[in-house]
Design a binder for this molecule. Structure first.
Ligand code: HEM
Length: 162
């Protein structure tokens, strides 16, 4: 499915696919967050340098970082919110103050477009592995659309912050 076709098809069913996966996963958020991070760094080892709490940690095991869960869960939860907004309004509007801060933060740590693709792939892989029985092309498309629209909103704000 191309992006346009998916976007026009975003409705209750797509929102339900995103939320049902998250409901099945959220009880296990800590180990899910770890897997998500490991997948990001497997695809793009250099991305580790962006996270201050990892950069300063030497070779300490990733699972010992208390901050590790925060970013992973933020991406999951905001993608869910994005799905709800897409279903309601066909557009993603993160709260303006929150979005501004996200723009500033991600510019400051040096996030580029390619990193959003890495995080997207890692997100989809993590969900696929976490809920293999639920995973379908339709579910994948719904998460992709929710993520793409959210990433687009953040990238737009990054332009303003740069
Ligand atoms: C910080 C969300 C994509 C790297 C944050 C924060 C949130 C967030 C909520 C907390 C700070 C704040 O509120 O300003 C998201 C979402 C993303 C996304 C929803 C995608 C849709 C990325 C990507 C990268 C990245 C692609 C790079 C691989 C970081 C880093 C921080 C951060 C390094 C600062 C962490 C720290 O200092 O503790 N992000 N992010 N993010 N994000 Fe993201």
């Amino acid at each position: 499915t191309d992006a346009t076709a998916t976007a026009t098809a975003f409705g209750e069913e797509q929102e339900a696919l995103v939320l049902s996966a998250w409901n099945a996963m959220k009880g296990d958020a800590a180990s899910l967050a770890l897997k998500f991070f490991l997948r990001i760094f497997e695809i793009a080892p250099g991305a580790k340098q962006m996270f201050p709490f990892l950069r300063d940690a030497g070779d300490a095991p990733l699972e010992n970082h208390p901050k590790l869960k925060t970013h992973a869960v933020a991406v999951f939860v905001m993608a869910c919110e994005s799905a709800t907004q897409l279903r309601n309004t066909g557009d993603v509007k993160v709260r303006e103050a929150a979005l501004k801060r996200l723009g500033v933060t991600h510019v400051k740590v040096g996030v580029a477009d390619a990193h959003f693709e890495v995080v997207k792939t890692a997100l989809l892989d993590t969900i696929r592995d976490a809920v293999p029985d639920m995973w379908t092309p339709e579910m994948k498309a719904a998460w992709e659309e929710a993520y793409d629209q959210l990433a687009a909103a953040i990238k737009e704000e990054m332009k303003n912050a740069a």
